[in-house]
Design a protein around this ligand. Structure first.
Ligand code: GLV
Length: 306
């Protein structure tokens, strides 16, 4: 029984230390230096890599290091019998909530606009708005979107939610019809999973259905957004601004126009990051479960893609 770590990102030692602390007998290998492929029963994976999972004959489970699993599902070498799991963690929810609260309040208080005005040494008092003036539309009502939309609702914003299958959230209007959902939205927050149906969903057609002067916040995946459409609709002045944390290509290439657009704020996929300290326990638990031929926790539905 061995665990394989597959990632391009830094922090491999932290994962190894945390996992070993919880189970000192665990055998860990780090891709691509694998001594014995037949020993690997469990893979802990982040970032898209050209790995051939079929070479690991005894693989039973692939665990995403994060909440998203699109980087795993895009690999077509995974046998149908292999479980795929995601991270479910309160810390992912709380950091995403803090990021989104800060972003939305910066919009409400005109802070993004004041930062631009300061660059030109311009003293200009903008209309004072308040929370009640904004309707937030949440796309994706899963673990993160469901909880965070509810927190915004309790905070005093008017909130609407959209998801593929009907969800009930207390005191909140939820929709499965996209057009009905978009009507009247001032701040659109995307937290959808990336699937073949949601790829490119943030496009020109959708942007024009939002209220004039709306904002887009993308904390889902870069491929949800058609970047050229966003630039076009921002320049047409229908949209007021966009705050983007995820990109089609990460790190965002230096030459991307998104970096320098005056109405776009770029953050480096940092809204919510998995903390190995916080989630290693659930990884070890699932590693042990599959070793005993038990079904792991937090498995995703491969047909749905989340
Ligand atoms: C972050 O993007 C995650 O999927 O957890």
């Amino acid at each position: 029984m061995g665990l394989l770590i597959v990632t391009k990102e830094k922090g491999i030692e932290t994962w190894v230390d945390n996992l070993k602390q919880l189970d000192s007998n665990i055998e860990i290998e780090v891709y691509p230096n694998v001594k014995n492929k037949d020993k690997i029963t469990f893979a802990l994976v982040w970032s898209k890599l050209d790995i051939d999972f079929a070479e690991f004959k005894n693989l039973k489970c692939i665990a995403s290091m994060g909440a998203g699993v699109d980087h795993i599902l895009s690999n077509d070498t995974i046998s149908k019998d292999v479980y795929i799991t995601k991270v479910v963690d309160e810390k992912l929810v709380s950091s995403m909530w803090e990021y989104l609260l800060c972003t939305v309040l910066n919009i409400v208080t005109n802070h993004y606009k004041y930062i631009s005005l300061q660059k030109e040494s311009k003293w200009e008092q903008l209309t004072l708005n308040s929370i009640e003036d904004y309707t937030i539309g949440f796309m994706g009502l899963g673990q993160l979107g469901g909880e965070i939309s509810n927190r915004f609702n309790k905070f005093g914003f008017s909130v609407k939610g959209f998801s593929n299958s009907k969800k009930q959230i207390q005191d909140m209007e939820t929709f499965t019809n996209l057009d009905e959902f978009l009507d009247g939205v001032d701040i659109l927050i995307n937290l959808l999973p990336l699937t073949k149906d949601t790829k490119g969903i943030l496009n020109k057609n959708l942007f024009y259905k939002l209220n004039k002067n709306a904002y887009i916040i993308n904390v889902g995946r870069g491929s949800h957004l058609v970047e050229d459409d966003l630039l076009e609709v921002l320049d047409s002045k229908h949209l007021n601004g966009a705050i983007l944390d995820v990109f089609e290509k990460e790190p965002l290439p230096k030459e991307s126009l998104l970096w320098t657009h005056p109405n776009i704020i770029v953050t480096p996929h940092s809204a919510s990051l998995t903390d190995p300290n916080s989630v290693s326990m659930q990884i070890i638990e699932n590693f042990k479960r599959v070793s005993k031929n038990l079904i792991p926790y937090n498995i995703i539905d491969r047909n749905k893609g989340y």
